[in-house]
Structures are given as C-alpha cells and as structure tokens.
Design a protein. Structure first.
Lengths: 114, 184
C-alpha cells in the first residue's frame, strides 16, 4: 500500500485516506474577462500529462481534510515530496524536507528507531 | 378521536452486542457532539467556554471529565460530551468567531475493548495502531472499510470508534468479523 506524507498531520498515511485533486500551481488569470477563448482554454482545460515528475494537489479527505501539494513521479508512482498548500514549488534536487515514502514495514521500523 | 402517535427515539445500534473474547464490541451510550471549526485566535476563548483545552497538535486530544476534544484538522475539532451537555450553548457563550454544528444524532459510537481491539479495527482500517504511534489519547479521522470513522484511543486496549449512524450497521458488522479474526 502506498504511504503518503501529509504535511498537516505530519505523518505518513495510507493512500486510502487521500484523493487526487488535479494539477497544482495553476494560477487563475487576473484579467479573466479580457483573455481570449484560446487563452482561457489553455488555462482551464489543457494539462501537460508528463511522463516523470508532476506537481499535483492532493486532499487528505479522510484525515485532516486539507488540500496540499505533492511532487510525484508518474512512472514509478513515487512521491518525491509533499508540502503545504500555498508554498512555492520546492527544489527537488535539494534534500527533501519530508522523509521518503517507505515501501516496507522494515523501513518504517528503521525510521522510527532513528 | 384517534390516539396520538408518539415518536420514540431509536438508537441505531440499540441492543446489539458483538465481538469475541479478544475484542468486545459495545454500542456507546448516547452523547452530545459538535463539529467545531475555528481559527487559531478563537481557540483560547472556545477552550475556556467549553472547559476543555482544544488541542493544536495533529492526532492529539484533550479530556476533562466526560468531555473530550479531538483534533481532526488544523482548524477542526470533534467535541464529545458523554453526559449529553449542551455543547452548542457552551461554544456560543465563548463570544469568539467559530462554526459549530450539532452532530449528536449524525454520529454514533462503538466501544471496542480487549487485547484484540487493535487487530479488530485494523481488519478495515489502514492506520498503525501500535501504542508507540497511536498512544492513549490519540485520535484521528480515518476509514474503516468504506466508512469514514473517527478513532479515539481511551485506554491501552479500548477505542471509541465514532461513525455516521447510517454506516453503523456496516461498521458494526465489519468490526464483528474483525473481532472474530482477532480471537484466532
């Protein structure tokens, strides 16, 4: 089972408690009444669907209820980092702020022992 | 003249008993509950008015007698009074800006107790309930099978499991199966 670190609960929880909520960092144009239909389409409908790292919104709907952002690899399904809503995109080359997603119980035990 | 019909309130799990020698299931007595939402600056006034300090750390709770405040989210608490006191009036007397919704009859609770309580709940709940990560007093909103629940550890081998009343037959059934598994 995939474990996702919730930056509000400050803990890794099962994927069953979460819902995906689409791409993150999509800024609504401030001049929404003036932009062309094509520009609106690009803002509202068009998404990149990359193979690799994607920044997404997730919601801890069966936990604290909060939306937060996550960087996930769409190939391996690995969560690289998660961070609170409103924070800027993190530098993924820097040391991750949150612990990496643990795949096994043994890894979790090692983490708890530290 | 026709006899006047009298509506009698029926508890959703009335009369049910279940579980095994490892994990005993008991429907909890009726209690009053509010779903409370407030910003941080309203917390001291609300805590004073409710007589229980609203916890600010994830997964923690605070109790004062039979009144419990459970942290559900950064600005959300479930306040339970097992004596059925009027929590809405208590919250309103704080004078601080907040949102309180009376959910006394939306929720019902099952008390799961015994050495196999963790195993019984884990039959449908993905959280790590070992004492190190889920100590006495810890609480969390999570899932049990397809139902959303609020889990509250009241002692080392006792949990209060809050669920919506319409889910309660499902929750009680799933817990009964889990409790039997825990006895093996």
């Amino acid at each position: 089972m995939l474990l996702i670190y919730c930056p509000y609960c400050e803990e890794e929880r099962s994927e069953l408690e979460f819902r995906n909520a689409g791409d993150a960092h999509i800024a609504r144009p401030t001049n929404i009444a003036e932009i062309t239909d094509e520009e609106f389409e690009a803002y509202f409908f068009l998404r990149d669907n990359p193979k690799g790292v994607i920044f997404e919104r997730w919601r801890h709907i069966h936990g604290c209820g909060r939306f937060f952002n996550a960087a996930r690899d769409t190939v391996s399904d690995r969560f690289l980092t998660t961070y609170q809503a409103g924070e800027p995109k993190p530098d993924l080359n820097a040391q991750p702020k949150t612990s990496a997603t643990l795949e096994t119980y043994d890894e979790a035990l090692e983490g708890a022992a530290q | 003249m026709a006899d006047q019909a009298m509506a009698i309130r029926k508890a959703p799990l009335a009369g049910l008993r279940g579980g095994s020698h490892a994990a005993i299931l008991t429907p909890a007595a009726p209690a009053s509950r509010i779903s409370l939402r407030a910003a941080k600056d309203a917390v001291p006034a609300l805590s004073a008015a409710l007589g229980v300090t609203l916890p600010l750390r994830p997964k923690t709770s605070a109790s004062s007698g039979k009144r419990h405040a459970l942290w559900l989210g950064p600005d959300e608490w479930l306040v339970i009074d097992e004596d059925g006191a009027d929590l809405m009036a208590a919250a309103a007397s704080s004078g601080a800006l907040h949102s309180a919704v009376d959910v006394s009859h939306r929720n019902t609770a099952v008390i799961v107790s015994g050495p196999g309580a963790e195993v019984a709940i884990n039959s449908g709940c993905p959280q790590d309930l070992s004492l190190g990560l889920f100590p006495v007093g810890a609480c969390s909103r999570t899932v049990l099978g397809k139902a959303e629940i609020v889990l509250f550890r009241t002692s080392e081998d006792t949990f209060r499991l809050e669920c919506w009343r319409s889910f309660s037959p499902f929750v009680f059934g799933l817990l009964s199966e889990g409790a039997e598994d825990a006895a093996h």
